[in-house]
Design a binder for this molecule. Structure first.
Ligand code: XMP
Length: 321
């Protein structure tokens, strides 16, 4: 690939910020740019850079796709409001669930999310606002993994030869494309973003859909959302790189109130990693694991089985889909 990586040790954060603000300013000119904020460190940094460069000519949207975590939309919007950056929420839940209906193949699910996001939801927003530019937070690793054919990251378009002008009607600007996550975190901190953002564990573009094996329906998202909340509450102090709950496709037999209960299976993963390229399962205490299993099966009555993944990456990947 022809992008030259800017390594963390070579990053001059002040210069980087000034340079990117200048580039965004001159590319967009007097025009309008839009961007989608998910609350992850990458899109948060892009929002701040864009806002510093363009002020109110940057229109930032939080796309409520129905597959985010518990109260995530409200939390993200209020964090940015506190920083003086206005965010508009677009409710696109119906479109996403419609696009995902009946799909079980991982790449088809990713493709449906990408298509819905860029073509159905974003193209419309761009047109409505007469914007010709989309700012987005793709980073070096996204491109690397997509080109290597490991997984198609939802935000990689230009590097796959997709002409966004022709296909979607806008030009994509990617200020972070030469950085990896640790460098993005340094930029985030320097931009004054709170630790809840610059220190936040990675969360995938396809959101909870990356953690649902099989069909993504409203009901199944709700199960994994509740389990995610429990896993995050229990493991946030571990310092692990990432921790998550995954909903399995098949149900299994369990017992509730002395009777057979055919219920869902949740798999917990907790990872030690530096760059997400490789990973080791965290050696969690059995008490912690039991505590999570008890809470998950008590608070989500459709779940009868909880397991912990002890595989390394590779051959596993961090996410399940
Ligand atoms: P995997 O699952 O490939 O994830 O080991 C590597 C890191 O990338 C994060 N991430 C994504 N993973 N699709 C993914 O499967 C995406 O669109 C995506 N965006 C980010 C993932 O959470 C893990 O940290």
């Amino acid at each position: 690939m022809d992008i030259v990586e800017v390594k963390l040790e070579d990053l001059n954060v002040k210069e980087f910020i000034a340079q990117k603000i200048g580039e965004i300013s001159s590319t967009v000119g007097n025009g309008i740019a839009i961007n989608a904020l998910s609350g992850g460190v990458d899109s948060s940094v892009v929002t701040m850079l864009g806002y510093k460069a363009l002020g109110r000519r940057l229109k930032t949207f939080f796309i409520e796709n129905g597959i985010m975590r518990h109260e995530e939309p409200q939390q993200v919007v209020s964090t940015f409001r506190a920083l003086g950056v206005p965010i508009e929420i677009i409710d696109a839940q119906k479109q996403f669930f419609q696009a995902l209906r009946g799909l079980t193949d991982p790449e088809e699910k990713r493709e449906a999310i990408t298509r819905t996001f860029y073509k159905d939801v974003f193209s419309k927003v761009v047109k409505e606002h007469d914007a010709r530019f989309l700012l987005q937070g793709s980073i070096y690793t996204d491109v690397e993994e997509t080109i290597a054919g490991v997984k198609r990251q939802h935000n990689v378009l230009v590097q796959l030869g997709i002409d966004t002008e022709k296909r979607f009607g806008y030009t994509v600007i990617e200020p972070l494309i030469a950085l990896r996550k640790p460098a993005v975190r340094v930029v985030a901190k320097a931009l004054g973003l709170p630790e809840t953002i610059y220190g936040r564990p990675p969360f995938p573009g396809p959101a909870l859909a990356a953690r649902i094996i099989g069909e993504v329906t409203k009901e199944r998202v709700e199960i994994v959302r509740k389990a995610t909340k429990i896993v995050e509450e229990t493991l946030s102090d571990t310092g692990a790189f990432q921790y998550m709950a995954i909903l399995h496709k098949e149900k299994v037999t369990g017992i509730r109130d002395g009777r057979r209960d055919y219920g869902h299976q949740i798999e917990i993963r907790c990872w030690e990693s530096h760059d997400a390229k490789t990973g080791l399962p965290t050696r969690l205490s059995f008490d912690t694991l039991e505590e999570m299993a008890a809470r998950i099966t008590e608070e989500i009555t459709d779940v009868v089985s909880v397991t912990y993944n002890i595989t390394r990456k590779p051959p596993s990947t961090l996410e399940a889909v």
